[in-house]
Design a protein around this ligand. Structure first.
Ligand SMILES: Nc1ncnc2c1ncn2[C@@H]1O[C@H](COP(=O)(O)OP(=O)(O)O)[C@@H](O)[C@H]1O
Ligand SMILES: [Mg+2]
Length: 584
């Protein structure tokens, strides 16, 4: 079971991204065999040349003069070199293909995974897998390719040795078998350490990502040194494992070589004492033996390194499996978004966790502007994410004009919806790039209109390069309010038919509040707007308001009417406003 799995994984890693894996491995085998033949021929010619006597050697050594033998040997060396170059070229191609396809597979799988899966991925995990583990995993692909060629060479050398002398070959095979046997327990040990190293380095990557993200907070709270101590612990653990890996990787081939040499001495003694062998035949056998031995060593250290690569490949395979979406994407076209309905929708963030939405129901009519209020933790952001199709409900359904959202073509749906999340994140780039947000159909005119509608005019005028102003790494060079308005402009720029604004004025900035009013006015009648708000001034602009509490919609109606008669509404507004920027 385990060897079969290992073999499958090995094959998968040799053949990643190769269009004709069988052909590639076969070519390596053939080139390896050519190397073997070339090498054997060179050895035999060399022995015949030195001994001035081809007697006792196979017929393939001609009876010729010294220079003819030397010329033939040089031709064989040429063929040998060409075969080596060819197999190196194939191995390099295999490794490069493997790296590219492994990295793309990881990125594709992550981007296609459900949002809940993406959201629960530890910080730094994807970066680590794509940039570090994928490269470590394919490092061994060239090694695996080399192992194929080396094995073929070895087999040919053994075949030639049989032709030369069957008894000496028995000794040869014993030596090679011994080399492989001696290395086996060491390989198992390396593999165990490699698995632990891969886990430790993932943990370190997570801590490093956290440290980078929280740099300001660590400083303000004066706990930088503590964080460093924690990191030093992780760094130390990975260093200890690295020492063990290097030790076993460096010592194993050398020790295997020494042990094999000892067996070689004994084997030779037995051959010499038990049989009458000519000096030429013995010379040829010894040289063939030594060549085969060096290939066996290469094979052994290659297999050793492959253990390390497997440890990095395993977590990648695991993630690829875990990120696979549970359901096929829908295929129904969605030319127009009319009414959107939540019908008895329950959402839990983890199996067995309390419901963040508990049988919530709501209908938003075409063109309607709906306010959502409620204390923090009431489920407002969860409702927003569910409405947009980021979260798949545990129970109940989201219907778009009566059609389940899951049945709609995601490309169609996402071309027509937009949001401003509670904590807007920006790309590292310019304001223009952030408003366009990789959508080629959003032209410069659309970007400018959206910036204006999101009340970014004064800010843009203030920046020397206007819309081409750099927002800094992940938007860090903008104020919270500016970030929110850029995110608002991004939402407006694609002419969406459904816009969800999650606490768009949480940055407590007057311009942003004006921007939200402008946005609501601009979108009136053109799009459904769901705005999660904690200010009466925003909520009052809406057609209706939903009051949420503990995952349910507990009141729904005209905002002025609710303000007068509904205690929940007044309480919810008060509670929300008291923690305006809470991230829950
Ligand atoms: N990613 C998450 N994982 C687990 N629980 C979450 C997650 N996001 C929100 N919750 C929980 O779900 C509930 C509703 O949260 P949320 O919808 O963000 O509330 P609101 O936006 O109204 O403040 C809260 O109890 C919150 O702790
Ligand atoms: Mg929220």
């Amino acid at each position: 079971m385990a060897p079969a799995r290992g073999l499958r994984a090995w094959w998968a890693s040799v053949t990643f991204g190769t269009r004709h894996p069988g052909r590639r491995v076969a070519s390596l085998g053939i080139l390896g065999a050519i190397s073997g033949v070339g090498e054997a021929v060179v050895v035999l010619l060399l022995v015949a040349l030195v001994a001035r006597d081809g007697g006792g050697l196979p017929a393939l050594v001609p009876d010729a003069g010294t220079w003819s033998l030397a010329a033939l040997a040089l031709v064989a060396v040429g063929a040998l070199a060409a075969a080596h170059l060819g197999s190196a070229w194939i191995a390099a191609r295999a490794a490069a293909d493997a790296q590219r396809s492994l990295q793309l597979m990881l990125l594709d799988a992550f981007l296609r995974a459900s949002w809940q899966t993406q959201h629960s991925s530890p910080p730094g995990e994807l970066q680590e897998l794509v940039t570090a583990k994928a490269r470590l995993a394919v490092n061994g692909t060239a090694d695996a390719a080399k192992a194929v060629a080396t094995t073929a060479t070895l087999l040919i050398l053994v075949a030639v040795a049989i032709l030369v002398d069957i008894r000496a070959t028995a000794a040869l095979i014993a030596v090679i078998a011994f080399a492989v046997l001696v290395a086996r327990p060491f390989q198992a040990r390396t593999r165990r350490i490699a698995v632990r190293t891969a886990a430790a380095s993932s943990q370190l990557a997570g801590r490093v990502a956290d440290t980078a993200r929280l740099a300001a907070d660590l400083r303000i709270f004066g706990v930088g040194d503590r964080a460093r101590e924690g990191l030093a612990g992780s760094v130390g653990a990975t260093a200890r494992l690295a020492r063990q890996i290097h030790l076993s990787a460096n010592a194993t081939p050398a020790l295997t070589r020494d042990a094999t040499l000892a067996v070689l001495v004994v084997a030779m003694a037995i051959v010499v004492t038990s049989a009458d062998v000519s000096l030429t035949v013995l010379g040829a056998t010894v040289v063939l033996l030594l060549r085969a031995l060096s290939h066996a060593q290469v094979l052994s250290s290659t297999l050793h390194r492959l253990a390390d690569r497997w440890a990095n490949l395993a977590p990648i395979m695991e993630r690829l499996e875990a990120w696979r979406p549970a359901a096929e994407p829908g295929r129904r076209r969605c030319p127009q978004i009319g009414a959107v309905q939540l019908r008895d929708v329950s959402v839990a963030y983890a199996p067995g966790a309390p419901d963040a939405l508990a049988a919530a129901s709501l209908v938003v009519a075409a063109g309607e502007q709906l306010g959502v209020v409620g204390p923090t933790g009431a489920g407002k952001s969860t409702l927003a994410a569910t409405l947009l199709g980021l979260i798949t409900p545990r129970e109940g359904s989201v219907l778009v004009d009566g059609v389940p959202l899951a049945e709609l073509d995601p490309a169609d749906w996402h071309a027509r919806v937009a949001w401003v999340s509670q904590d807007p994140l920006l790309l590292t780039g310019t304001v223009r790039e952030n408003i366009r947000f990789l959508r080629p159909h959003v032209d410069d005119a659309a970007v400018e209109r959206a910036a204006k509608a999101a009340v970014l005019g004064a800010d843009v005028a203030g920046w020397a390069d206007g819309l081409d102003h750099a927002v800094g790494p992940a938007g860090s060079a903008l104020s919270g309010g500016q970030r929110q308005r850029v995110a608002l402009a991004r939402a407006l720029a694609g002419d969406p038919q459904l816009v969800v604004l999650d606490e768009p004025t949480s940055a407590l900035d007057v311009h942003t509040e004006v921007a939200v009013r402008e946005t609501l006015a601009a979108l009136r009648g053109r799009a459904i707007v769901v705005v999660i708000a904690h200010r009466l001034s925003t909520v009052n602009l809406c057609d209706r308001v939903a009051v949420m509490r503990a995952g349910r919609v507990v009141a729904l109606g005209d905002p002025r009417e609710l303000a007068e008669r509904d205690p929940y509404f007044r309480e919810a507004l008060a509670l929300s406003a008291s923690a305006p920027a809470a991230r829950t």
